[in-house]
Design a protein around this ligand. Structure first.
Ligand code: HEC
Length: 135
């Protein structure tokens, strides 16, 4: 892992949630200190300088949302000239209903039927909440 000077971070991030997948879980069980180090590594890799108090759960939903960015824009802000609808600020219930309909094939789509099938209910709910919170 890349060594980062601690002054860069100001304070050590609080890591309340030990969930998620990754090789650090097993290591963390043996050596508690390893979790903090691994979390800082992930945090730094994902642009920790941008938002200071992010938990692993925050980072996870951001990385899920990043898979939508190619078409829907960064954080769901599709560019004005894009034919792809914007997701930022979309009502959670509407988002969940649309994703469900895409999955079921009852909502006409070119690509979203396939994409929606790639996310489970938990991930879809977290994405709904995330995009609803974007401006
Ligand atoms: C390859 C491009 C592409 C990617 C990647 C993509 N989308 Fe879409 N999305 C579309 C298109 C195009 C539509 C319009 C429906 C269609 O043709 O499939 C759409 C429509 C939607 C809609 C309906 C919005 C509305 O109000 O009509 C939602 C919700 C949505 N996408 C969510 C997502 C989420 C969540 C992700 C990431 C997990 C994602 N999309 C990734 C292209 C994409």
């Amino acid at each position: 892992m890349k060594q980062v000077p601690s002054a860069h971070f100001g304070t050590t991030p609080v890591v309340p949630d030990r969930g998620g997948r990754g090789p650090w879980r097993a290591a963390a069980a043996r050596r508690p200190g390893a979790l903090t180090l691994a979390a800082i590594g992930v945090w730094a890799a994902m642009g920790g300088a941008v938002a200071a108090a992010q938990t692993p759960a925050d980072l996870q939903v951001r990385s899920l949302a990043a898979t939508c960015a190619a078409c829907h824009g960064t954080d769901g802000n599709a560019v004005a000239s894009s034919a792809t609808p914007r997701l930022a600020g979309l009502d959670q219930d509407t988002f969940l209903r649309e994703m469900h309909e895409f999955r079921e094939g009852t909502r006409p789509s070119t690509v979203m039927q396939q994409i929606a099938k790639g996310f489970n209910d938990d991930q879809t709910e977290r994405l709904a909440k995330y995009f609803a919170g974007q401006k």
